[in-house]
Structure formats: C-alpha cells, structure tokens
Design a protein. Structure first.
Length: 91
C-alpha cells in the first residue's frame, strides 16, 4: 500500500506486503524487504533488512543544527547502556 504524497526513487526495490504512510520518502538504490511498515512523514535513507515498523522525522530545523541533532540521537542508545553500567557500579 502506498499512501498519498509518497516519493519513491525509481531505483528503489520494495518487497511484498509493505505499507508507506503519507509524505514518506524512499531514497534511490535502496532495498526494503517484505513486511515493512513505514510511518507517515518518514525519510528512508538506508536499506531496510528486517521486517517491522519504521519511523523518522523531526520538525524542520536549520540544516546545520539538524545534522548535529541526528548525530547525537544515533549515540543515545550506547550512552544509555553506559549510564546503566555506571549506575550498577555506584550502587
């Protein structure tokens, strides 16, 4: 299922039983396997190799700040694990 205002680059490959929410975009030369749901307003910039539901998108921000925010978001999971280990040590 492809909702309204979805952009798909011509070279993208999309598997079976996939759904895309409105205003989502799929970049070129990407592969999306079967049984993937992409929620609305999401931008897919990497191939999706595992079934599931995927989301992205933050409100419009000046590009320089946006790049810093995304870099920090990607590090949050590792940071959370490190904090949990430190909390165990101090208990």
């Amino acid at each position: 299922m492809i909702s309204g205002c979805v952009g798909i680059a011509g070279s993208a490959t999309i598997g079976k039983h996939c759904m895309t929410g409105g205003l989502s975009a799929i970049g070129g030369h990407l592969k999306i396997i079967d049984n993937v749901v992409i929620t609305g307003c999401s931008a897919v910039g990497n191939s999706i190799k595992s079934p599931g539901t995927y989301s992205s998108g933050i409100p419009v921000t000046e590009a320089r700040l946006w790049r810093r925010i995304v870099a920090r978001i990607r590090k949050l999971d590792d940071l959370g694990r490190k904090v949990a280990k430190l909390e165990e040590v101090i208990k």
